[in-house]
Design a protein around this ligand. Structure first.
Ligand code: DC
Length: 225
């Protein structure tokens, strides 16, 4: 079973994707982490993001691995654990820039398809283009969204809990900038797949969203049985 979860940043994709993967015993793939790892590699090598050919070469040569259970997922870049490092604001913005390069996307999509297809019981993938490009024939597609203010509030609280220093206003600006780039890029922009189950999580708590998702899974299983 392939389950696609797309949506803008801060809509709850990671938390809910992990919950779903655990409940259904499926592999969990955080595809945003893969773009973040490429961005990290580019930063480390001191290459400018507008040197597209060099960025593509780095994407091609970098070994990106996602290891472990959903709750303790580790991201390895060329064998080194970068799980924490890729969560900075700088890497988030850089990943959004790197992800506008078509050739980088092609490499990532291929990698994601291979990982998804090889998962013995199936896979939950979360990102921006899973239902539209990576697995257009996924068994089930979700599009999770929420008002920018609600997403910024959640991100801000998460960051605060992790001891990061930023203000709510900075977080909101950052979310709006990233939304704009993710929605307006030429190649595979963030879109709602026609057959996606759309859930606005602005006014819902995790449990409520999760129950709606489980309901959709049961329905999809019933339809394919
Ligand atoms: O989900 P995230 O915040 O970790 O993603 C980081 C960036 O990567 C995001 O701004 C857009 C990009 N991305 C993408 O273009 N396609 C995906 N499938 C996942 C992420």
């Amino acid at each position: 079973m392939i389950i696609a979860i797309d949506g803008p940043s801060g809509a709850g994709k990671s938390t809910l994707g992990k919950m779903l993967a655990k409940a259904l015993d499926l592999l969990y793939l955080d595809t945003g982490a893969m773009y973040r790892a490429v961005a990290m590699a580019v930063i480390r090598k001191g290459v400018a993001f507008d040197e597209k050919q060099k960025v593509v070469e780095i994407a091609e040569k970098s070994k990106i691995e996602l290891i472990g259970e959903p709750d303790s997922l580790k991201i390895l870049l060329d064998g080194k654990d970068v799980t924490a490092e890729i969560r900075t604001l700088e890497v988030a913005q850089s990943a959004s820039v790197v992800s506008t390069i078509s050739e980088v996307r092609r490499i990532m999509v291929e990698h994601q398809r291979t990982l998804g297809r090889n998962a013995p019981k199936g896979c939950v993938l979360e990102g921006r283009d899973i239902g539209s490009v990576v697995f257009p024939h996924a068994d089930l597609k979700f599009f999770l969204t929420a008002k920018p203010e609600a997403r910024a509030r959640r991100r801000f609280e998460e960051d605060k809990a992790k001891g990061r220093q930023s203000t709510y206003e900075q977080t909101l600006t950052e979310i709006n900038e990233r939304d704009e780039r993710d929605v307006s890029r030429q190649d595979s922009p963030l879109t709602i797949a026609q057959d996606a189950v759309v859930i606005d999580t602005s006014e819902l708590d995790l449990r409520e969203v999760f129950e709606q998702m489980l309901g959709a899974v049961s329905k999809a299983k019933g339809e394919t049985a």
